[in-house]
Design a binder for this molecule. Structure first.
Ligand SMILES: NC(=O)c1ccc[n+]([C@@H]2O[C@H](COP(=O)([O-])OP(=O)(O)OC[C@H]3O[C@@H](n4cnc5c(N)ncnc54)[C@H](OP(=O)(O)O)[C@@H]3O)[C@@H](O)[C@H]2O)c1
Length: 269
């Protein structure tokens, strides 16, 4: 964690998907920058552990355990947040559980599940949180992904959800210009979380390599400098929502060790 500046002291952040992985990393990073934090996901025990870590940093933390795809939950979450904190400065729309797979193999339900969580739950949450964010001149950040930059057949669901999320982010940023709410996205590349573990196991099975060799093979296949960590993404989130990052608006920042498509120069250069 970068820090010691306490540049977000007095701010309140709400992080979805904060029970592990990138969301947990963001919750701890924002707490170390001085934020009080509400964490949400389904696993109440894991959230309790994250809340304890936040309190150990000297910040207030509360937990809202819920499946965000349930129709009533975004409203329940904002109600609890209002009761516990009475304000919201930073909303991080991070929860997501999109699966890879072939087009003819993946079910209709998998498409719906992916959109219901990563897209629709966050559209609803952003709408419900907007009056609080507008009142406090706050920030919304989407943790999207790089898959929409170069969609491929076995990540069709993820690329489609990310494309929708980024379009929504851009439109919300347009509204944010008038309402004083900063809106951006961070697109992680391949980050070492539980989801990465599953991918690595598939590489190990396919190649017969041990963990270290499979990790290196996978890195070379992706042609990246290294795999990311939740702390990499969390540090970027902290910067974007800090006073120094405030001029960033309506931007999708790729943070991916160089994986994304080459630079396209404008027609006018
Ligand atoms: N890791 C990467 O390489 C990578 C790359 C690109 C984009 N991303 C995006 O970054 C975000 C975080 O990824 P991650 O790797 O940290 O994922 P992760 O380790 O699988 O964590 C996902 C989080 O979402 C929560 N969640 C899942 N289903 C939920 C539901 N129905 N309702 C509420 N919460 C739910 C999980 O908690 P519970 O299980 O407790 O509910 C967990 O806290 C995702 O949106 C992902 O698409 C990740």
């Amino acid at each position: 964690m970068s820090g010691g500046l306490n540049e977000l002291a007095g701010k309140v952040a709400l992080i979805t998907g904060a029970s592990r992985g990138i969301g947990r990393g963001i919750a701890l990073e924002l707490a170390s920058a001085g934020c009080d934090v509400m964490v949400t996901a389904r696993n109440g025990n894991a959230l309790g552990g994250v809340a304890q870590e936040i309190r150990a940093l000297g910040r207030k933390a509360t937990v809202y355990a819920a499946d965000l795809t349930a129709d009533t939950e975004p409203a329940g979450l904002i109600e609890a947040l209002t009761r516990d904190f009475g304000r919201l400065d930073i909303l991080v729309n991070n929860a997501g559980a999109t699966k890879r797979g072939g087009f003819l193999v993946q079910s209709e339900q998998e498409w719906h599940d992916a959109f219901n969580l990563k897209f629709f739950a966050h559209v609803g949450l952003s709408r419900l949180a907007w009056p609080l964010l507008k009142a406090g001149k706050g920030s919304v950040l989407f943790i999207a992904g790089t898959s929409a930059r170069a969609p491929v057949a076995d990540a069709m669901v993820g690329a489609s959800v990310v494309a929708a999320m980024l379009a929504f982010m851009k439109a919300l940023a347009d509204l944010g210009k008038h309402d004083g709410v900063q809106v951006n996205a961070v697109n992680p590349g391949s980050v070492k979380t539980d989801r990465f573990r599953g991918r690595l196991e598939r590489v190990m099975k396919k190649t017969g390599l041990d963990e270290a060799a499979a990790t290196e093979r996978h890195r070379r296949d992706l042609d990246i400098t290294r795999f990311g960590t939740p702390e990499d993404i969390a540090g970027m989130v902290r910067f974007v929502v800090s006073p120094r990052g405030r001029w960033l608006h309506g931007t999708a920042i790729d943070m991916d060790g160089g994986q994304s498509a080459p630079l396209r120069m404008s027609n006018y250069d």
